[in-house]
Design a protein. Structure first.
Length: 212
C-alpha cells in the first residue's frame, strides 16, 4: 500500500510542477524535467549541481525545485544567454526573446523569480569554456544541454566531467533527437567502464561516474 500512495504522490507533484512551469519557454519535456528534479533532490554523490545551457530557465526551474526541497546548495546555471546557432534569427528554432532583446538573461531571471526559485540559482553569464576556467568545486550532478553540435558537446563533457565526484551523475539532453550530441554520447558510452548508464527518460540520458 505504501508504494501505491507514494506513486500517487509522485504523480501529484509532477502535475503541480508541470502547471507551475507551463509559461516558461523551453525544449525540455515535463517528464524529463521531473526526472531532473528528482535527481537534484535525491541523487547520489557530493558537490554542486551544474547545468550547461539555461536559455529561458525551464530546466533550471526543475533542477532548482529539487534543490529547494532538499536544501542541497544551488543550481549553477552556465550560459552566455545568447542562444545556440539554431536559436538565431532565421533559423529553425529562432527565439523571439533573442530577436527582441539580444539576450535571454533578463527573461531567465524573470522566469525564475515568477516561480520563487531565484534564490536557489547562481547564474554564470559566460560561455561554458570560459566558466570552467574558474571552476574549482566538486559536482554531483552535471546536466549538458548547451550547443548540440558534436564538437561543443565533446568540449563541454571533457571540460566539466573531471569535476564530477565518484558516484555523481552526468545527464545529456536531446539524445536521438540531435545528431551531434547523439554521436558524441554513443561514442562516449561505447565500452566505457567508468560510466554506468542508469536511465533513459525521453531524450534524457543519465549516467553515473564509477570509481576512477
Amino acid at each position: 500500500m505504501d508504494n501505491i500512495f507514494s506513486g500517487i504522490k509522485s504523480v501529484g507533484e509532477y502535475l503541480k510542477h508541470l502547471d507551475k512551469f507551463e509559461h516558461i519557454d523551453g525544449y525540455l519535456s515535463g517528464i524529463e524535467g521531473f526526472a531532473l528534479m528528482q535527481l537534484a533532490e535525491f541523487g547520489p554523490g557530493q558537490g554542486e549541481v551544474v547545468e550547461i545551457g539555461s536559455m529561458c530557465g525551464l530546466s533550471t526551474s526543475w533542477l532548482a525545485s529539487g534543490i529547494q526541497r532538499s536544501k542541497r546548495g544551488k543550481v549553477y546555471a552556465v550560459d552566455h544567454f545568447q542562444g545556440s546557432p539554431e536559436h538565431q534569427p532565421g533559423q529553425k528554432y529562432e527565439n523571439k526573446v533573442l530577436i527582441k532583446d539580444g539576450s535571454t538573461f533578463n527573461t531567465f531571471c524573470n522566469n525564475l523569480g515568477s516561480v520563487g526559485l531565484l534564490d536557489w540559482v547562481e547564474p554564470i553569464q559566460k560561455s561554458s569554456l570560459e566558466a570552467v576556467q574558474r571552476w574549482d568545486k566538486p559536482i554531483r550532478l552535471l546536466f549538458i544541454d548547451g550547443d548540440h553540435s558534436y564538437e561543443a558537446t565533446k568540449a563541454d563533457y571533457e571540460s566539466w566531467s573531471p569535476f564530477v565526484s565518484e558516484g555523481g551523475l552526468i545527464c545529456f539532453h536531446d539524445i536521438d533527437e540531435w545528431a551531434g550530441c547523439t554521436r558524441f554520447y554513443n561514442e562516449l558510452m561505447e565500452n566505457n567502464r567508468l560510466l554506468h548508464p542508469l536511465a533513459a527518460v525521453g531524450s534524457l540520458r543519465v549516467v553515473q561516474v564509477l570509481n576512477r
